[in-house]
Design a protein around this ligand. Structure first.
Ligand SMILES: Cc1cc2nc3c(=O)[nH]c(=O)nc-3n(C[C@H](O)[C@H](O)[C@H](O)COP(=O)(O)OP(=O)(O)OC[C@H]3O[C@@H](n4cnc5c(N)ncnc54)[C@H](O)[C@@H]3O)c2cc1C
Length: 508
């Protein structure tokens, strides 16, 4: 009699867990998580990620102890840990989910495969998203996504653990070098994931349509499931199926709610669509998706601009408030993320890789496949997307017209009167010209002239776009990465309303 080893990675749940379900059908299981010292040294890792994992594993351990087992926490490089366990108590096979991670996890998985082969052991990996390993043809992709999401969930009623009972209490300590754990970030664990999903479906999703763009309404109007999906506290299939079931029972007159939930399902589709890009081409984590955009920004990096961005002192209130909120909460809505990257990539002319490394540590939901594809898309280096340039002054006028957001996160803005809300640096000069009494101001001047710097940046990117060689090479990028048809999109756009922030307690 032997057992199967279930290796938990970014799949920290106990339901709809294909690896656990399949292993348990073979007999006893032993569940492990490995703290990999070299993984946590990677530049895209932060303390908040570790703590979120710890909280999620704690919840998993609590659940397993009720069933008579536990999750074992091991420290070391994965092949060393497997070797150690194998030597003392050999196992029949390794079960885990496929992971589309960073370069480190890609190389580590190759080593694990080689180790299993050397022991003549089976390593069974299961898809957990609608992402297809060794995808041959993008045209078949949407069908694969639908098939995965419609397939039955893997329910796990009971488990037989190889070791009955665990003498050690659950314990996990973060490597000392790790930094950054935002005060107001979401907490990890499957119970929190389920609560967030149900509360979104039953109440907050009414505000999804129209509520997701403004950083004021977005914290409640958005689902807030991203970190739970990134660490697998809930499966994508559960979210899609629960949402579709909820949609099916909405009354016909609930058109706003219906439109919101349909738009939400489109984003769940994008989640996998973007991860597929990194799965199909791991190099896009470090080099341009379209090589025709090489050497555009690489040699022009201005560290002072980068520091200004990271320290929330670019001078554009909407940008600085967004950076401050992100640092305090670990989350930002899509539009503000896109605006930050656009400001970094165009007026500040910063290459996406260092900016992306920094943002990866700031986003609690850091998911390499979405992150690097989005970083490149918003920086104009994919060649296949329209150039998107977000003007931070216009974003403030559209999404924070009364200055509630910027005054909440930037105390200095509280001393600025409404007429200068969008361009506060003009206040001192205007008052001087009007011979008014000088007001003490703690306001930063913009690091560059926005209009001029943006125009110059766009010209440089557009010059590349027009280049004949670059245009010819677009086809290869489209063949490999472009969506073949739109995602399950809502037909009608509705104007928005948002829900009071108290409903979920995302009060920022
Ligand atoms: C530069 C940049 C980097 C980003 N990095 C990440 C990242 O590391 N991890 C991450 O989950 N999202 C990332 N996003 C996408 C998006 O901003 C977040 O998914 C979203 O803000 C998370 O909040 P939510 O779960 O409430 O979103 P909801 O609007 O409720 O969306 C539900 C889910 O759909 C997926 N999703 C939503 N928008 C997108 C999108 N544009 N592309 C792909 N999937 C999407 C996410 O899984 C999300 O949890 C990034 C966007 C930009 C512009």
């Amino acid at each position: 009699m032997t057992y199967s080893l279930v290796w938990f990675k970014r799949d920290l749940r106990w339901q709809d867990h294909a690896a656990l379900a399949q292993a348990s059908q073979k007999g006893p299981v032993r569940c492990i998580y490995v703290i990999e010292p070299n993984f946590w040294l990677q530049p895209d890792c932060a303390l908040q990620h570790f703590e979120f994992v710890r909280e999620s594993l704690q919840a998993l351990d609590t659940h397993f102890r009720k069933l008579g087992g536990c999750i074992e926490i091991h420290t070391g490089e994965v092949t060393d840990v497997l070797e150690r366990i194998w030597r003392t108590e050999p196992f029949a096979g390794v079960y885990s989910h496929e992971e589309t991670g960073n370069g480190f996890t890609y190389r580590r998985d190759l080593q694990v495969a080689a180790w299993c082969k050397s022991k003549d052991l089976v390593w069974k990996e299961f898809a957990q998203f609608g992402v297809v390993r060794r995808l041959k043809d993008r045209s078949a992709w949407q069908g694969e996504w639908e098939r995965h999401m419609a397939s039955p969930r893997q329910t796990i009623e009971s488990l037989t653990f190889w070791h009955q009972g665990c003498p050690q209490p659950f314990s996990m300590t973060a490597p000392a070098h790790l930094q950054h754990d935002p005060r107001l970030r979401q907490r990890g664990g499957r119970p929190q994931a389920l609560k967030t999903l149900h509360n979104f479906l039953n109440a907050r999703s009414i505000g999804y349509r129209g509520g997701i763009s403004s950083p004021l309404s977005a914290p409640n109007a958005c689902s807030r499931l991203s970190a739970y999906l990134a660490y697998g506290c809930i499966s994508m299939r559960e979210v899609v199926q629960e949402t579709r079931a909820h949609l099916a029972q909405l009354p016909a007159q609930a058109s706003r709610h219906r439109a919101g939930l349909t738009a939400f399902v489109s984003r769940l589709y994008w989640h996998c669509h973007f991860i597929q890009k990194l799965e199909s081409e791991p190099a896009i984590e470090i080099r341009n998706m379209h090589r025709g955009y090489d050497d555009l920004r690489e040699h022009a990096f201005n560290p002072m601009y980068f520091e200004a961005l990271k320290e929330a002192r670019t001078g554009w209130p909407m940008v600085d408030a967004s950076v401050t909120m992100l640092k305090e909460t670990g989350w930002l809505n899509f539009r503000m993320r896109a605006m930050l990257v656009s400001v970094a990539a165009y007026p500040l002319w910063l290459h996406w890789r260092p900016v992306g490394e920094w943002l990866a540590t700031q986003f609690l939901d850091y998911e390499p496949g979405i992150h690097w594809s989005q970083m490149q898309m918003q920086s104009g280096t994919t060649g296949i997307n329209l150039t998107r340039v977000y003007n931070p002054i216009k974003q403030a006028q559209d999404h924070d017209p009364k200055g509630i957001f910027v005054r909440r996160w930037l105390p200095a803005m509280r001393t600025i009167a409404d007429p200068w809300l969008f361009e506060p640096w003009k206040m001192r000069l205007d008052l001087m010209h009007a011979n008014a009494a000088p007001t003490p101001l703690n306001i930063t001047e913009p690091v560059v002239d926005l209009a001029l710097a943006t125009r110059e940046a766009k010209e440089k990117v557009h010059a590349r776009r027009k280049n004949d060689d670059v245009r010819i090479a677009n086809k290869a990028v489209i063949d490999k990465h472009a969506s073949r048809r739109g995602s399950p999109r809502p037909k009608k756009k509705l104007s928005g309303e948002s829900i009071a922030s108290e409903q979920l307690g995302f009060d920022f």
